[in-house]
Design a protein around this ligand. Structure first.
Ligand SMILES: Nc1ncnc2c1ncn2[C@@H]1O[C@H](COP(=O)(O)OP(=O)(O)OP(=O)(O)O)[C@@H](O)[C@H]1O
Ligand SMILES: C[C@@](O)(CCO)CC(=O)[O-]
Length: 910
């Protein structure tokens, strides 16, 4: 055993170049899996499969092996192979996954403290409970999805182990292993971070690379893949820990048998190929259930709360998912009705399995504890195998039908589809009604009250990767949120006035007397619950333009003029009867304005959100008051910025999106709606405008998070409205040129969408494909007449040696920004050189990843801390008041805007 453990994990080295002109890359994971070689342990007969040394003892003294409990050649091969594929220094194999944990927990002493998750495999929980009673070990169970819950429990000198699963079993919760490991190392460096990696296998996740000290796997699952053996694997890099583990295994005598070592080695050869297939099918099954309206736990789904962190830690969402039906008896019927899905505990085999954790794998946790830890009794776990996914979905569909969980519903075109049955819906609806009653969440139907809060809202800009302009004519666009945002802040007034301040637009500011300065005779209000007609009320636009705008001298800037009309238009249309809220609104952006990154849509989304909140047409759940007094630096609530994702209900997001689209119409003339959809929903979307002979809608796209882009602002101003109108004219005049270009862009978008969601596509093929598509899409945009010499210069610069990068214009073009794909192997020094070069030419480059949060609203917790920025209050005792949120907001530099805003407290996101 010692021989294999001391060897380097890279015993299967990249071969030397066979000619200077032909490079060889390091072997990929699947090659490493399939190639079992241990140069320090050659077989005497050259057997191509590792032989089974089915012997208890070895003859002679001073040999490498003497007794199979301590070491066996078959096991050595296996452990060497496992260390290699896990990029680890040491690997050990024992008789089961639980035996791995048993070995690891033998490192503990009485009095030691262990911090573990609250959604753990039942067997893990059972062993920890045993240790608590019989070993004097103190166990703390916490929600590991929130690293800050661990911090108070890290007890220097006491905390000996932090035990994590990610994703957890069976709720698929995600723990930020890297963050937790870093916190643990900082506060209790002596504590070991241990990760159960069984759900992922070393193919998808290698926790040692994220700071874990010890990783264990149940080899019974994905590593072996056939449910024909039991095995446990332990890997680590630290020699001191490896020595103790080897000692324990030898003393306890639970090392893996030669025959099981042989079987496990055989299974590992196909790990990558099995996992690829199982994962792709799992995604299909998860999406299918999600579409039907079930609550599905799967980190591959766009609405999974831990998806962003998971994508940072792992190379895929895996092949286990779970979902709830709302009814335990119904879940039992579903499980009992499947034929292809075997009812069984465990997972990871080539055959698909279905189970109810509360009755099976987690039955050893008592019902009260299950309830306390939020494990639903009706939860169904699906472990997807390698069968044909259409058979799996069909079998599941029949079981759902048989159990009464779904039912056929007619479609408008005469066809039918399946929907979730109402049997479980009344509960959901009742719950929603209860939520609305308790928290005020959702859309308002009751009369408004005086609004005294400051509302702080924000929305991101966007980058269109494929399909700009064409999207206006029903072609699909692929777009994603960028990490630059517009922020809007309201502060109440009590003097019947309304003010708008736009510091980004030459510090434009104006105040209106609501009653006398606005053209109320021209407005037809849209009542709460109604939707705005598809076209703008031109009469109102004209009335605002001619009667409400400040004198021309103050509004010669076309940008502030448009922004003001959009703001007043929404304010007036949303107002009905006497409900005319009096407040100040100020908007600031970290986005370049009018540069093609959707500054108008993020501004529109902020205006729409602020106005809907002030008109009390939408509301959000409020937090309970803080337990201690807030100060300007301490909001007195746990700061969970970016953890508030999915906290804003869909109906609020939809309503904001509808109104942001109206504001966009004022600003853009004929917008497709893609920009405001990204500003509100965030992430990455394939967006198709409705009404061009095909179904409109949007679909989240995965796979963007890992891509790096360079956005270069050419600093050449342009006007989206004019550019969009220009394409319309060209399309009218020259359809034979423009129509084929639009069709070609649709093909590119379809291809990009397929490539980005194809989990089986290699990274290299994805990047090569995207590069080609970027070049092609740009060429079509040139045909549409929206490029600009400066954009071509940026393209040439990024494409030139030594960079060789693909760039296209993004957004409306005509100047504005260019987007460049930065491949994984592009060196930091080359990137620095490129940035310096671009800056030297007068451009503003910005390296970014895309796909972050959409609309955000700061939860209104600290009304007392930040007094309202009302004019009268400011005037009365300015020195005595703590600084208003508004003043602080205005004071921040553009660079500080985002971190400062984030630090204000708990942001709730769509
Ligand atoms: N921070 C801001 N404050 C006030 N108004 C803004 C702000 N940002 C954008 N706007 C409004 O949006 C307009 C810019 O819209 P335009 O469509 O030209 O650029 P963009 O949205 O950045 O680019 P694209 O639509 O091509 O993505 C401005 O003229 C202004 O009216
Ligand atoms: C040019 C365009 O396609 C994108 C502007 O960001 C216009 C639109 O879709 O509204």
């Amino acid at each position: 055993m010692a021989a294999s453990h001391s060897s380097s994990p890279f015993d299967l080295p990249t071969p030397l170049p066979d000619s200077p002109s032909r490079r060889r890359h390091a072997y990929h994971f699947s090659t490493q899996c399939a190639t079992v070689e241990n140069p320090s342990q050659k077989d005497q007969y050259g057997s191509s499969s590792v032989p089974i040394y089915q012997t208890a003892t070895f003859k002679g003294v001073d040999g490498q092996y003497d007794y199979t409990r301590s070491g066996n050649p078959t096991r050595s091969h296996l452990e060497h192979h496992l260390a290699k594929i896990s990029s680890a220094q040491h690997a050990f194999t024992v008789s089961s996954g639980m035996a791995s944990l048993d070995v690891i927990t033998r490192l503990l002493k009485p009095g030691d403290e262990v911090i573990a998750g609250d959604d753990l495999y039942g067997g893990t929980n059972r062993l920890l409970s045993y240790l608590k009673v019989h070993g004097g070990v103190i166990i703390h169970h916490v929600d590991t999805t929130n690293p800050s819950t661990i911090l108070p429990l890290l007890n220097p000198g006491k905390t000996a182990m932090v035990l994590l699963e990610s994703p957890t079993n069976p709720l698929l919760k995600i723990a930020d292993i890297a963050q937790i490991a870093s916190d643990v190392k900082q506060r209790t460096p002596e504590a070991l971070v241990v990760v159960d990696n069984t759900m992922m296998s070393p193919y998808l996740q290698r926790p040692l690379e994220h700071g874990a000290d010890l990783v264990y796997d149940s080899g019974t699952k994905y590593l072996s893949g056939h449910h024909d053996l039991m095995a446990g694997v332990i890997i680590c890099n630290r020699n001191d820990i490896a020595k103790q583990i080897a000692f324990i295994i030898n003393s306890v005598g639970n090392a893996l048998t030669p025959f099981d070592s042989f079987l496990l080695l055989r299974g590992i050869k196909t790990l990558a190929i099995r996992m690829d297939r199982q994962q792709t099918s799992a995604m299909s099954v998860a999406s299918y259930l999600h579409r039907l309206g079930f609550l599905v736990h799967y980190p591959g789904l766009a609405d999974h709360p831990g998806r962003e962190i998971h994508e940072k830690l792992a190379n895929g969402p895996g092949a286990v998912l779970s979902f709830v039906t709302g009814d335990k008896a119904m879940s039992e019927r579903i499980v009992g009705s499947t034929r292809l899905w075997g009812i069984s505990v465990s997972f990871g085999a080539v055959n698909s399995l279905i189970s109810m954790p509360c009755l099976m794998s987690h039955a050893s946790i008592d019902a009260a504890t299950r309830a306390a830890r939020g494990l639903p009794e009706d939860l169904i776990r699906l472990c997807v195998g390698i069968e044909d996914p259409s058979d799996l979905i069909e079998d599941l569909e029949l079981a759902l039908l048989e159990a009464g969980a779904i039912t056929a519903a007619p479609l408008a075109d005469g066809g039918e589809h399946y929907i979730r049955t109402t049997a479980s819906l009344p509960r959901a609806i009742a719950k929603l009604a209860e939520d609305v009653k308790n928290t005020g969440l959702g859309l308002r139907t009751t009369p408004r009250k005086q609004e005294n809060r400051e509302w702080f809202v924000s929305a991101p800009g966007k980058v269109i990767l494929f399909g700009e302009h064409a999207v206006v004519y029903g072609v699909t666009a692929i777009a994603a949120a960028v990490d630059l945002r517009c922020y809007g802040l309201t502060s109440p007034r009590h003097d019947g006035k309304l003010s708008l301040k736009l510091p980004d637009l030459h510090n434009f500011e104006h105040t209106w007397d609501i009653k006398t300065d606005l053209p109320w005779d021209a407005v037809t209000p849209v009542l709460p619950g109604d939707v705005h007609p598809p076209t703008l009320d031109q009469k109102l636009v004209d009335a605002i333009t001619h009667r409400a705008l400040p004198p021309a001298a103050r509004l010669e800037n076309a940008q502030s003029r448009a922004a003001t009309i959009a703001f007043l238009y929404l304010y007036m249309v949303l107002t009905h009867e006497d409900e005319r809220p009096s407040f100040n609104f100020i908007a600031r952006s970290s986005l370049p304005v009018g540069a093609g990154l959707g500054s108008s849509a993020s501004y529109s989304s902020c205006v729409a959100t602020a106005l809907l909140l002030l008109h009390q047409r939408v509301s959000i759940p409020s937090l309970p008051p803080p337990s201690r007094g807030a100060t300007p630096t301490d909001p007195a609530h746990v700061h969970v910025s970016h953890k508030g994702r999915r906290a804003l209900p869909t109906e609020v997001a939809d309503e904001v999106n509808r109104w942001a689209f109206i504001a966009e119409k004022v600003l853009h003339g004929n917008p497709s709606g893609v920009d405001n959809a990204v500003a509100v929903f965030g992430g990455a979307l394939a967006f198709t405008r409705a009404g061009f002979g095909k179904k409109g809608g949007m679909e989240p796209i995965h796979g963007f998070k890992s891509l790096k882009f360079l956005l270069t602002d050419s600093k050449v101003p342009r006007d989206t409205k004019a550019l969009v109108a220009g394409v319309a004219v060209r399309k009218e005049n020259d359809p034979d040129v423009i129509e084929p270009a639009l069709e070609a862009i649709q093909v590119i978008s379809d291809e990009a969408r397929r490539a980005l969601s194809d989990l089986e596509l290699s990274r290299e093929s994805l990047l090569t494909g995207l590069t080609t598509m970027i070049h092609e899409n740009h060429a079509h945009l040139v045909t549409l007449g929206v490029s600009h010499p400066v954009l071509e210069a940026i393209r040439a610069k990024t494409a030139a040696e030594p960079f060789g990068l693909a760039t296209k214009l993004t957004g409306a073009g005509g100047g504005g920004c260019a987007v460049t794909l930065i491949p994984d192997d592009f060196s930091d020094s080359a990137l620095r050189e490129l940035l310096v070069g671009l800056e030297k030419d007068g451009y503003e480059p910005h390296v970014t990843t895309i796909g972050g949060s959409g609309l955000g609203i700061l939860s209104p917790y600290d009304e007392n801390n930040y007094p309202s920025g009302s004019d009268s209050e400011d005037a009365s005792a300015p020195e005595k008041q703590p600084e208003s949120l508004r003043k602080a907001f205005e004071r921040q530099g553009v660079e500080e805007l985002a971190p400062w805003a984030e630090g204000r407290g708990r942001w709730l996101y769509v």
